[in-house]
Design a protein around this ligand. Structure first.
Ligand code: SAM
Length: 274
């Protein structure tokens, strides 16, 4: 155990949304069902934006791809346009339903979904039909060429999570996680909490003997106030208090269609290409 693995454990146990599920006694799937605004937030926030283009530039055509915690398919859907086969793992049936509906609308037939937490997936489940030359050889091939975990590493035993991910991947591993400090609105809404960012993961990977490369991405965006209230719906602060905080920080914008709030976010892409 290092201070970095301890920091990660504390973050997952005390701060992450997984902790809130325990407090509210709801399942991961119930959370995502009640938080049906995820794709709306993505639409406004410019995510995954440049991160997706960067990852896509590393992935060779006809590769196989594993998306751990694929959610509604922010990466899995666009990347499946170039992969032979994509495996999307997520414990939420609701999130996978949205992903599958998007795949259906796009006519993508190369996505397999596994409704499980990553820790419960057997390495033998991560196998794809191999492609040789011009056609599909029909030979089952264990492991995948590339894997990704984007804002989905919710496991107290992060070394085990990462080791399994590395073990099933042949060519390239991608991890996306936050690079900025805590938004002051978060601290205002929920009080100070244990924190972890990409540096923690970077150190853990290095200590495990896997130095990763790193690129940071900046996103500046705005959210309509009604959407913001839904994001902060479990805060004990009232709507006027949240607005007051944003106003004091000069982050409130008056537009023809109502109030909007300004945000600035930084994401880190950690990657290791073999
Ligand atoms: C914030 S969303 C990110 C979704 C997607 N990767 C993206 O970047 O838009 C987190 C997702 O991770 C999933 N998740 C949570 N814990 C997980 C675990 N232990 N293993 C795999 N997925 C998990 C959740 O169900 C959710 O869909």
């Amino acid at each position: 155990m290092s201070r970095w693995t301890d920091q990660w454990k504390e973050f997952v146990r005390e701060t992450s949304y997984v902790h809130n599920l325990k407090e509210e006694k709801i399942s991961n799937d119930q959370f995502w069902r009640s938080y049906g605004i995820y794709d709306k937030i993505l639409m406004h926030s410019g995510y995954p934006g440049e991160i997706l283009s960067k990852i896509s530039s590393f992935i060779s055509p006809k590769a196989t791809f594993l998306d751990i915690g694929a959610g509604t398919g922010a990466f899995a859907i666009p990347l499946s346009r170039k992969t032979t086969q994509t495996i999307a793992v997520d414990p939420s049936a609701y999130q996978l339903q949205i992903l599958s509906e998007k795949a259906r609308q796009e006519g993508l037939t190369n996505i397999i979904t596994i409704e499980k937490e990553w820790k419960d997936v057997q390495p033998s489940e991560i196998s794809c039909m191999n492609v040789s030359g011009a056609g599909i050889s029909g030979v089952e091939n264990s492991g995948v060429d590339y894997s990704l975990a984007a804002y989905s590493l919710f496991d107290e035993d992060i070394e085990k999570f990462l080791t399994k991910m590395i073990d099933v991947t042949k060519k390239g591993i991608f991890i996306v996680f936050r690079a900025e400090g805590v938004d002051s609105l978060n601290e205002f809404a929920y009080g100070p909490r244990p924190y972890a960012d990409y540096l923690c993961l970077h150190h853990i990977l290095k200590d495990m003997g896997y130095p990763f490369d790193l690129i940071l991405f900046q996103r500046d965006y705005s959210l309509p106030i009604d959407l913001l209230f839904k994001v902060y719906r479990s805060s004990k602060k009232g709507r006027d208090e949240l607005l007051g905080h944003l106003s004091r920080e000069g982050r409130l914008q008056e537009r023809a269609d109502g109030k909007w709030a300004a945000f600035s976010a930084k994401d880190a892409l950690l990657y290791r290409i073999r």
